[in-house]
Design a protein around this ligand. Structure first.
Ligand code: GAL
Length: 826
């Protein structure tokens, strides 16, 4: 072939290749109104699922449930400290396989939003930053600091390159339509002075230079440097307007509930209020909305941040920690999504007009040539409204939005829930009695002799020394007291000024006591009597325990951890106080505990050390326990009951299921029997489980279990507890309730199990709640229990038409809207 022909052929080939890849790529852009995909404005409904807070085998099911719930996209952060545990040593294996996660999203036909950060907050240990980063010389996070910027750029580029290589950006035909750099820097920027602005400009330039072909977001960043798009985070974002008029109104975090702290209550955000916030957002011109979290999941291992974030990160999200639908939240939102999607065209292209109907009631009309869609919002916290709109009457309850896709008929109201409530419970099987063997943590060397691996003058910051390789750091010193020491008195104490999340103190081998943080006071004084000091050398051994590193706030990385002192012995002589400050002494340090260093939790390396089988001790501190167990059969999620244990960490077949602390109860007050969700939500509102263990049940992912049925659980009990009641269960739907409005259909199901009985059913004006339902003053003349039983019992699911056709006439009920209340047993 002649050279000329060959070149022509070659260029033709290239044209073909480029047009092929162009045909496959998706152009994601934006205008003032919305994110546009291939030139079309879109309503985008998205939800956060964090890949390492579940296990890879759970991903397809979680993502499908999100898709089935009406979402278009899945959002995740990328967790730097999990991926780069040591500088330039990366881990993307197993549950950290972020590429596989994005591909699973793609396989489900959904888009993805990749929030690289790499600062993520997220109640994740240290906000996602590796602790080695903090321990680099001249380091300062999130500001103009060459070392920091270099590392941030390195990691961000690495992630972008990984995604590009797999063609995962929409511009390459992949699912990622949006990416995020930084996270809520706008909340703290003022603390960084002029450097804050320079830093965020640098972030924007750096991100932009990575050329990903889809827009970058900066959440909570008013006036974000172009072309970054600012977005809103919060419980409500209807009042938010982007500073830049050419940026669409976007909501990256609609908090579906809240996280939980050790000692805190169970957060609860109702389906009604969450749906209200979403409908309000779309009523006021929003077009992209992401649920944070859609599935919260579990803080396995030591990934929980805080300090004091619990192992469960359930978040009261639409999918619960274990992967079950959280009903009615999931279903109530799903219905809203369907209605909003049907209005996509008018919401994104329509002309907007607003009518103020007085008393905090507003209607919004979106009109295109083809038709119009309407919202009627009642922001009043108590007053229900009967609204006359376009010649028709609508009943709009307080704190609700009615959605009328054709402006003529209410298709949805956020306060009218027609989805079942599922009450989850543990299966009723008889618990297996476990046979425990045990072993003390060998801490004698530290407790009696005070000898460690490191020596320093003075007290050190915990994370500076441990690099967060362990929760535990021993601080040990000696003090010589001769007979004449002025300290001697009848009343002597050890006083420790501490930032340790938990502190255990020993003097001369004897336990003096512990202290931990209550009511969020992380900076406290420990003071306990010591009446066993001796003439001569005295050993003081303090064990500092961390429970998740801080993840939020300006300069959070340099907040103190561990025992910062002063540490002193105090003698009280009448009016006089004599204090002997030990802070500047020579201190010995030991990182971690021996049992951890010897991997007592591992299934492989325990053989050489004897575990005792004799009657195991209870209430014993620093103790290892292990037992064999059979895993519950089936597919339902597995949970383990830790009632009776103190505090520590647990492993299943060598894999950590997280820290446990069931002995820490939440405070008694602040929970009400009735939850009136109307009015602004806050994380304390409608909380429940006051005075109960913060977390009693812990998730055991099925993939941690052996199919053979032979499994081992290992516990490290730090505070002392009784493992005899530890038992494994599955979590299933126990009861299903619904309170549906007339002219609706209600779907009922026990998820994967048949409905076994109807406990209650009445159509009319039934009263009470799930569990306490009772017939009201009127009801349909057909036997409602029989009617529902005929439709539902023995089936996996059933649909009931809520009408007098089904339940008979309700003459004595008057004109008021009728409801069906049902309670089913699974
Ligand atoms: C936001 C943050 C999230 C998460 C959330 C609370 O401020 O961006 O990462 O921490 O708060 O759950």
């Amino acid at each position: 072939m002649k050279m000329k022909h060959f070149t022509r052929l070659l260029s033709l080939f290239f044209i073909l290749i480029t047009s092929f890849s162009l045909a496959n790529s998706t152009i994601v852009s934006h205008d003032e109104r919305a994110i546009t995909i291939n030139g079309k404005r879109r309503i985008l409904l998205s939800g956060s699922i964090h890949y390492p807070r579940s296990t890879a085998d759970m991903w397809p099911d979680l993502i499908n449930k999100a898709k089935d719930g009406g979402l278009d996209a899945i959002e995740t952060y990328v967790f730097w400290n999990a991926h780069e545990p040591k500088r330039r040593e990366y881990d993307f294996s197993g549950n950290l396989d972020v590429v596989r996660f994005i591909k699973t999203i793609q396989d489900a036909g959904l888009y993805s939003v990749l929030r690289i950060g790499p600062y993520v907050c997220a109640e994740w240990n240290y906000g996602g930053f590796p602790v080695w980063l903090h321990n680099m010389p001249n380091m300062k996070f999130r500001t103009i600091n060459p070392s920091f910027m270099n590392e941030m750029q390195n990691f961000t580029t690495k992630i972008v390159e990984m995604m590009k290589e797999e063609k995962l950006f929409a511009s390459q035909g992949g699912p990622i339509i949006l990416a995020q750099i930084e996270n809520e820097y706008g909340n703290v920027i003022s603390s960084y002075g002029a450097e804050g602005k320079a830093y965020i400009d640098w972030c924007a330039n750096m991100a932009n230079s990575l050329d990903i072909g889809v827009p970058w977001l900066m959440c909570q960043q008013p006036n974000a440097p172009q072309p970054m798009l600012e977005t809103c985070n919060g419980f409500y974002c209807d009042q938010y307007e982007p500073t830049n008029p050419s940026t669409p109104k976007m909501w990256t975090e609609n908090w579906t509930g809240w996280f939980k702290n050790w000692g805190g209550k169970h957060p609860y955000r109702t389906a009604e209020d969450l749906a209200f916030s979403v409908a309000r957002f779309f009523q006021t011109g929003g077009t992209f909305q992401n649920y944070y979290m859609y599935h919260g999941g579990t803080n396995f291992g030591r990934v929980a941040g805080g300090p004091y974030i619990t192992t469960s990160y359930d978040y009261h999200a639409p999918i619960d920690e274990f992967g079950n639908l959280n009903q009615p939240k999931w279903g109530h939102l799903k219905q809203l999504h369907t209605v909003l999607k049907s209005m996509e065209k008018s919401l994104t292209y329509g002309n907007i007009s607003r009518i103020d109907l007085g008393n905090s009631i507003k209607a919004t009309i979106y009109t295109t040539n083809e038709g119009s869609s309407c919202f009627i919002g009642n922001v009043n916290a108590t007053a229900n409204a009967l609204v006359n709109f376009k010649g028709k009457d609508y009943h709009v309850p307080a704190w609700s939005v009615s959605v009328l896709p054709d402006c003529d008929k209410e298709a949805y109201n956020t306060a009218k829930v027609n989805t079942q409530t599922s009450i989850m419970t543990e299966d009723s099987s008889k618990p297996e009695m476990l046979e425990w063997s045990w072993k003390p943590e060998s801490a004698q060397k530290m407790i009696l002799k005070g000898s460690g691996d490191l020596i320093a003058k003075g007290l050190v910051d915990q994370k500076d020394v441990t690099n967060d390789a362990s929760d535990y750091l021993w601080y040990m010193t000696r003090v010589h007291l001769d007979k004449k020491d002025p300290l001697w008195s009848r009343n002597m104490t050890l006083r420790v000024h501490s930032n340790a999340h938990v502190l255990h103190a020993y003097v001369n081998g004897k336990y003096v006591g512990n202290q931990f943080v209550k009511d969020g006071k992380f900076d406290y004084r420990f003071e306990k009597k010591v009446n066993h000091l001796v003439h001569g050398t005295n050993h003081i051994s303090l064990l500092s325990v961390s429970v998740g590193l801080q993840n939020y706030g300006a300069f959070f990385e340099s907040g103190p951890t561990g025992i910062n002192g002063p540490v002193s012995l105090v003698g009280y002589k009448g009016e006089e106080t004599i204090e002997k400050d030990l802070s500047q002494h020579q201190w010995d340090y030991k990182i971690g505990l021996n049992g951890y260093n010897n991997k007592l939790f591992s299934t492989k390396s325990v053989g050489h050390l004897r575990w005792a089988n004799e009657k195991f001790p209870t209430g014993r501190m620093l103790t290892w326990y292990k037992a064999k167990f059979k895993a519950p059969l089936g597919k339902e999620p597995v949970i383990v009951d830790f009632n009776g244990l103190g505090k520590g960490e647990a492993w299943i077949n060598g894999q950590s299921i997280g820290r446990y602390w069931p002995s820490f109860n939440s405070s008694d007050d602040g929970c009400k029997d009735e939850c009136d969700y109307r009015g602004e939500y806050g994380s304390d509102k409608c909380a429940f489980m006051c005075g109960e263990p913060t977390q009693r049940w812990y998730h055991v992912p099925r993939s941690f279990l052996n199919a053979s049925g032979h499994n081992t659980i290992t516990l490290f009990e730090e505070m002392g507890g009784n493992p005899s009641n530890v038992n494994f269960k599955t979590v299933v739907v126990g009861t299903v309730c619904a309170r549906a409005h007339e002219h609706n259909k209600v779907e009922l199901s026990c998820h994967n199990r048949p409905i076994s009985a109807v406990k209650f059913a009445s159509f009319g004006n039934p009263v009470g709640h799930c569990g306490t339902f009772a017939v009201g003053t009127c009801q349909g003349d057909k036997d409602a229990v029989k009617t529902v039983a005929k439709e539902c019992v023995g089936k996996l699911n059933c649909t009931i038409n809520v009408s007098s056709d089904t339940f008979g006439s309700t003459l004595d009920c008057g004109d008021s809207p009728k409801k069906l209340a049902v309670e089913l047993e699974c």
